[in-house]
Design a protein around this ligand. Sequence first.
Ligand SMILES: CC(C)(COP(=O)(O)OP(=O)(O)OC[C@H]1O[C@@H](n2cnc3c(N)ncnc32)[C@H](O)[C@@H]1OP(=O)(O)O)[C@@H](O)C(=O)NCCC(=O)NCCS
Length: 167
Amino acid sequence: MLLRPFRDDDDAAATLDVFRRAITVLASRDYTAEQVAAWASPDIDPAVWAERRAASRTQVAEVDGRVVGFTDVDEDGYVDMLFVDPDVARQGVGSALLRWARATAVELGAHALTTNASLTARPAFEAHGFVVVAEQHPVLRGVELTNFRMRCALDPDLRREAGGAAG
Ligand SMILES: CC(C)(COP(=O)(O)OP(=O)(O)OC[C@H]1O[C@@H](n2cnc3c(N)ncnc32)[C@H](O)[C@@H]1OP(=O)(O)O)[C@@H](O)C(=O)NCCC(=O)NCCS
């Protein structure tokens, strides 16, 4: 498996496909058909999707030249996306992406990683030291979902070693 930055030209369609497949196959175990349809909506504009991924420090996981997962992290340590293709679920791709997010957040000087985790993703984040801060009920395209605000403190010593601003 190779981790590399998102490439504008090639990766937009592949990441949108992983996003849709992860929700319709994996998250559908935890969410109703109505919730899945709202989340993995056919109305997502591919151009807007591509712009957002390019703007949000997206990292993709590739196996045999195929994009099988992606994540991102911002300078505050917020992880917006973590999606893995069902074909390779439970093989460590999500973990590799989360290790990248942690290392990147440390380099950027963030104090903690945070995310809004789905019911499906909560165990994967917990396996990486995140704890639930709050249960939330956001409304997405008119449909209420359940997710969890989660947080994982980052070691100040690691930030110092990485030369992070917050050191
Ligand atoms: C969450 C997700 C990214 C995990 O990716 P993954 O590549 O399967 O995760 P990993 O194989 O690295 O699993 C790491 C650990 O997380 C936990 N975990 C992952 N999936 C789990 C599951 N279905 N049930 C229980 N624990 C799970 C386990 O502790 C696992 O370690 P183990 O396999 O050694 O027991 C993937 O399931 C996914 O895309 N889900 C649907 C989309 C989604 O909800 N995304 C998040 C939006 S916030």
